[in-house]
Design a protein around this ligand. Structure first.
Ligand code: ATP
Length: 321
């Protein structure tokens, strides 16, 4: 193998740049040419390809976002789109591809792999919704971002004796709400995996008020409803004063945490090594019990995400009194 390509796809995550840097440096170290593909699968179809150089990756590791840009592409999901992508890879003589992205991006990688293109996936999504790996790159940073906001919101809520409801990303997966909630001492965590009725949650807030706890923090993942709707509900049925904050894109911004940088470096290096080792199966990196190991893409995309029920239960105890 002489030339490989790397792209970022789906939602951007802090740590993608660190992964690109590791791919580039490992590739150059074993005499591979590394090409960057800009704007994900969309850019691949459109032939937005260029050689990466040291200057591209230098001093970018600590930055959020992705120097390769990212995009979503409906066309890539079609037979015609995939064929176009493969013909661009052939035209640029790219013999192997590294895809950094989430669940959807991995399905695309699997589709390419099934058509004979050597592909390795690196899990990059803030949602941590990929069941085959303990952690995805960007999740730790997002949790830290949210945790820092919780404390700011708590300060102002306490000044007014209010309850603060904080809505965070996670349509199918409540991991950001759960981890940030535990780290930020949230009183109630509303996630899609552990449905708690809004009536029960409102009763708990009213009970907190009755025993003198006027300020509480409620974390709500997108998949469990909207913060403002929950506030409306609580106002209707209790006398609790309550305000909503939707954190939005702030969760995905900023410098990656040390954990995400190290994970990205390890996974980036391993991905290139797997690609260069032609005898090895093509698949994806994952971290399990702090070790980076590889699994086939088909297994990665079919593994159901599992929720950490013990951590959720732990928080329920912490929030009791
Ligand atoms: P995030 O978790 O941050 O949203 P993601 O990788 O899951 O990231 P998606 O929008 O689901 O983001 O997928 C990114 C791209 O991957 C899509 O725009 C599409 O081009 C490709 N893709 C998704 N699903 C498939 C599929 N079933 N087959 C082929 N390609 C797919």
């Amino acid at each position: 193998m002489k030339r490989i390509g790397v792209l970022t796809s789906g939602g951007d995550t802090p740590g993608m740049n660190a992964a690109i840097r590791a791919v580039f440096k490992t590739g150059v170290d074993i005499d591979l040419q590394v090409m960057g593909i800009y704007h994900g699968y969309k850019g691949l179809i459109e032939g937005r390809v260029g050689y990466l150089a040291h200057a591209d990756v230098e001093s970018k590791m600590h930055k959020g976002g992705t120097i390769l840009r990212t995009a979503r592409s409906e066309e890539f999901k079609t037979e015609g789109g995939i064929e176009k992508a493969i013909s661009v890879l052939r035209a640029y003589e790219i013999e192997g591809l590294i895809v950094i992205g989430g669940d959807g991006s991995f399905k695309g990688a699997d589709a390419l792999s099934k058509r004979g293109i050597p592909v390795i996936g690196i899990p990059g999504t803030i949602d941590n919704d990929m069941g085959y790996t303990d952690f995805t790159i960007g999740f730790d940073t997002a949790v830290n971002n949210v945790m820092n906001e919780i404390y700011k919101i708590r300060d102002t809520m306490r000044a007014h004796d209010r309850v603060g409801v904080i809505e965070v990303m996670g349509r199918r997966c409540g991991d950001i709400a759960l981890w940030a909630g535990v780290a930020g001492a949230a009183d109630i965590i509303l996630v899609p995996e552990r449905p708690l009725s809004w009536a029960d949650a409102a009763n708990r807030l009213a009970a907190n008020k009755l025993r003198g706890q006027l300020t509480s923090i409620v974390m709500i993942a997108e998949g469990a409803g909207k913060a403002e709707d929950f506030c409306e509900y609580v106002r209707k049925y209790t006398d609790v004063e309550i305000k909503a904050t939707v954190l939005g894109y702030i969760q995905r911004g900023g410098n990656p945490s040390a954990f995400d940088r190290v994970l990205a470096a390890k996974m980036g290096q391993r991905a290139v090594e797997l690609l260069a080792d032609e005898a090895h199966m093509r698949g994806t990196d994952r971290i399990r019990e702090n070790r980076i190991i590889s699994v086939p893409l088909a297994e990665a995309v079919s593994t159901r995400d599992c929720f950490d029920d013990k951590l959720y239960d732990l928080n329920s105890v912490m929030a009791k009194f």
